[in-house]
Design a protein. Structure first.
Length: 399
């Protein structure tokens, strides 16, 4: 108690303290809302601590009941995202898709790639694209592939708010097929989190493969197809450490044919040699697995052609591109991707070696990249992870 006064009227006379007494201070309590403004819109928890420590005097607490307009304008933050535990009950009840833009064009002229993830099996498909406008036709072909090869129907598709997904052609296609289009809010990529995470995983594998083989970054499409092929064969905790390939196709994948990406290899060329004393093989770089043949894709460094063959000898501890660039230091980051457009990298062509399956139809014209016919079924299941290519048939000596 500071003082006690009695009054007979509307005013209270205050007697000054005695000269020999200690000085007193007369304080008036104010609302916490006023202190909130005085302290620069301090947070409720910190303001409550000051009030409990008696540093400030508050007679009432209104910060929790009243919404501060200035705080909403100056301190507004995004709401937290709950961790999603949902999973589709059947294959292709829900698929996630997203489009990734590369910092440079590949040797085949691709600038983007579309990723599609099945929510049930976590199986991944990737499709390199030259233009964003190719997204709709690729999705339409994928629908036909799922219906023909897997006997399933896509019911819902989750994507971001990009114009490549939200346009009149895509919406008309989804309405015709009864597909529910689920889109994330603008500038809220977290709502398309599964597709974003698989993009991150794929890009991590792509970078690792390119750095391991010392390949130029313009070969990112070849690394992408290999990364997709391998990711579908990786055990994952989401599937209780089963593989997406096993979950989707019902049988475990084979690992015996896997080789180190970018390593030295020697395909057999005995069927295409010009004469009997010519070399039976040539030094190549392993670029992945063929989709249309049961064989390997090997880049011939002398002719810059891709040779497809099953008769290949590998040296998995040697990397030709690393030996060629041994005089220069290995890159440790991807800053060089921005400057790589000035380097001259010639797109490899493809040569088919006998012993593998022969493609149907006439060979494509140079520079063309044949794809699925409109309305027709796409290639077999594993082929969606392999780039399209031009195929030519070398003439063989009659002798």
């Amino acid at each position: 108690m500071i003082t006690r006064c009695n009054s007979s009227g509307p005013l209270y006379p205050m007697c000054p303290p005695l000269a020999n007494s200690s000085p007193h201070a007369f304080l008036t309590s104010v609302s916490s809302e006023l202190w909130h403004q005085r302290l620069g819109h301090l947070g409720h928890e910190a303001l409550s601590r000051l009030a409990r420590s008696s540093v400030i005097s508050c007679n009432k607490d209104t910060t929790t009941s009243n919404l501060c307009h200035a705080c909403q304008l100056g301190r507004h933050v995004r709401l937290p995202f709950p961790r999603s535990q949902s999973r589709a009950s059947r294959p292709f009840d829900l698929v996630h898709c997203d489009l990734w833009t590369s910092p440079l064009s590949s040797v085949s002229g691709f600038k983007y790639y579309l990723v599609i993830l099945d929510d049930y099996s976590h199986h991944v498909w990737t499709f390199p694209l030259r233009l964003k406008s190719d997204t709709f036709s690729t999705i339409a072909h994928f629908f036909a592939y799922v219906a023909t090869q897997l006997g399933c129907t896509i019911k819902s598709m989750q994507c971001d708010n990009g114009r490549e997904f939200d346009n009149s052609s895509t919406r008309a296609f989804f309405l015709t097929h009864g597909v529910h289009l689920r889109m994330s809010c603008p500038y809220t990529s977290q709502q398309n989190g599964k597709a974003e995470r698989v993009l991150c995983t794929l890009n991590n594998i792509i970078r690792s493969l390119l750095f391991q083989a010392h390949l130029p970054p313009a070969y990112w499409v070849e690394a992408l197809h290999t990364a997709t092929y391998l990711l579908n064969r990786h055990p994952t905790s989401t599937l209780h450490f089963s593989t997406p390939f096993h979950t989707l196709h019902g049988h475990p994948p084979s690992y015996d044919h896997l080789r180190v990406f970018g390593c030295r290899c020697y395909p057999n060329l005995s069927s295409t040699t010009p004469h009997k004393l010519a070399p039976r093989s040539t030094l190549c770089v392993f670029l992945g697995y063929s989709s249309d043949h049961k064989g390997y894709r090997c880049l011939d460094l002398t002719t810059n052609r891709v040779i497809i063959s099953r008769h290949v000898v590998f040296d998995e501890s040697s990397f030709p591109f690393a030996e060629a660039s041994s005089s220069s230091a290995s890159p440790t980051n991807l800053d060089f991707l921005d400057d790589f457009s000035s380097q001259q990298v010639m797109a490899p062509s493809t040569q088919v070696i006998p012993g593998a399956a022969w493609p149907t139809g006439p060979p494509a014209a140079p520079g063309c990249h044949p794809g699925p016919l409109p309305g027709g079924p796409p290639p077999p299941p594993d082929s969606w992870a392999i780039p399209e290519r031009t195929v030519w048939f070398p003439a063989r000596d009659a002798a």
